[in-house]
Write a protein that binds this ligand. Structure first.
Ligand code: EPZ
Length: 419
């Protein structure tokens, strides 16, 4: 397994171009199953999660072509059983359930396993599908669904941890081809849900309210092919904002969307980080100091759980006591033990991390555990004294397109060692 060696102490400066959003591209690629006609999706990031999704689509019978960041999918004749050995590798595979049910009225997909950030149930997805008239059966590790008659309905998708992003995506993708009107209450409001809805509308779907808690869908008979460019990745952008705040002099993000970053820009600015934005660029200037923060993760437009680990890394060397509460995935603190190996002073109290900033972290061999925790360890290594060796780097390659090259282009000193 590859590892990444981070030599600490570099000062970042320059500009970095943000890639297309992983969490938008994945459901949009799944949505191409909803039509027999070809769909062309551009700005698709080159990530292992995207590779897994394209493999699943091919296994289902789709013609898939990829030319750098543009993917064309033609789902003329498709199977409805997804292969376990690929689906198990990526929890987000669950978002093929909705389009398979919408298009073929049946689906069999292996249940997503849990993962290091916590249990990943799909009970709310299944509740939504059943409300649309599907029968669902979970056996032998698979979820099997049939819906001879898919009828519009009203369903609330909020669970005890708030809304569900892929759950909202799944029900929307089934409802667009159902008979009648579907109202999704408690819908996720993430920009990636809006991006999916915009793609479905280009395909001929009738959807209103995406980006609010209430989405209204008028079912149609069939959908046609469409072309779509994926929105910028707000989590990659946020990760580089934190890199700039921690180890930057002046870092500019290009081809991003400042509006999607407000839940990060506002608290960072309050803490004293200088951030300016215009059109599709955001610039972060750091004088190396910022004030401690009290944050809690919430569904969009709240502070994103996918930025929690990266902010933890920044607060580890922010003078004072910071508090971060994780409301979305209460166990998403795998990065804390590794940051403590680097000298961080962090105490966990249930879903809350109490971070007592130290002057400097020390480089150390650390273990990546999930996508965002890996990014946090990279960021910590940038600023640490000495060298940090991040193992199991495949985690980071799932969600960041060439993050080591991008950081090196800003002046970092990072080596990727093929194991
Ligand atoms: C999406 O996952 C993202 N993944 C995650 O990003 C992100 O952390 C998450 O949304 C929250 O923003 C993709 O978009 C591919 P949820 P998703 O359903 O949709 C509970 C990354 O790092 N829940 O919104 O799977 C669930 O356990 C990844 O890029 C139920 O209880 O997350 C969690 O506590 C990690 N029952 C909360 O809701 C359900 O049926 C939010 O999960 C579904 C979810």
């Amino acid at each position: 397994m590859d590892k990444i060696i981070v030599h600490g102490g570099a000062t970042l400066a320059g500009s970095v171009r943000i890639s297309g959003s992983k969490n938008s591209a994945l459901p949009i690629l799944a949505a191409t199953l909803l039509t027999r006609e070809p769909c062309t999706i551009s700005r698709v990031p080159d990530l292992s999660d995207i590779h897994y999704m394209l493999t699943i689509l091919s296994e289902l019978g789709c013609e898939v072509e990829r030319a750098s960041g543009t993917v064309t999918v033609k789902a003329e004749k498709i199977r409805t059983v997804a292969p376990y050995d690929i689906v198990r590798k990526m929890r987000a595979s669950v978002c093929i359930l909705g389009p398979l049910l919408g298009r073929e009225r049946e689906a069999m997909v292996s249940l997503p396993g849990g993962c290091v950030i916590g249990d990943r149930p799909i009970d709310i997805h299944l509740k939504g599908f059943e409300a649309l008239g599907a029968t669902t059966l979970v056996e032998e590790g698979n979820v099997k669904m049939r819906a001879p008659n898919l009828r519009g309905t009203t369903v609330n998708l909020r669970g005890k941890f708030g809304s569900t992003v892929l759950g909202t995506d799944n029900i929307m993708m089934a409802a667009v081809l159902a008979e009648g009107t579907t109202i999704i209450d408690g819908a996720a409001e993430e920009p990636e849900v809006v991006d999916l809805a915009n793609f479905l509308i280009k395909m001929g779907a009738q959807i209103e309210g995406a980006g609010t808690r209430r989405i209204i869908i008028e079912g149609v008979k069939e959908l046609h092919g469409a072309k779509h460019e994926v929105i910028p990745d707000r989590i990659e952008a946020g990760t580089f904002l934190i890199a700039g705040a921690m180890a930057g002099r002046e870092v500019t993000l290009t081809r991003t969307n400042p509006e999607h970053l407000q839940s990060l820009i506002v608290p960072l600015t309050k803490a004293g980080v200088s951030i300016t934005s215009q059109a599709d660029t955001v610039t972060v200037k750091s004088n190396g100091t910022c004030r401690p923060l009290h944050l809690e993760t919430l569904p969009y437009p709240g502070f994103p759980t996918d930025m929690q680990a990266q902010v933890c890394a920044m607060l580890a060397t922010t003078d004072g006591i910071s508090v971060i509460t994780e409301n979305v995935f209460p166990h998403r603190f795998m990065h804390v033990a590794e940051l403590k190996r680097m000298g961080a002073n962090i105490e966990l109290q249930g879903p809350t991390a109490i971070v007592n900033g130290v002057r400097k972290l020390s480089g150390a061999p650390v273990m990546a555990s999930d996508l965002r925790a890996s990014a946090a360890l990279l960021l910590a290594g940038l600023q640490a004294e000495g060298t940090t060796e991040v193992n199991r780097v495949y985690h980071i390659d799932r969600g960041y397109e060439s993050i080591d090259d991008k950081l090196n282009s800003l002046g970092a000193h990072i080596e990727r060692v093929k194991a």
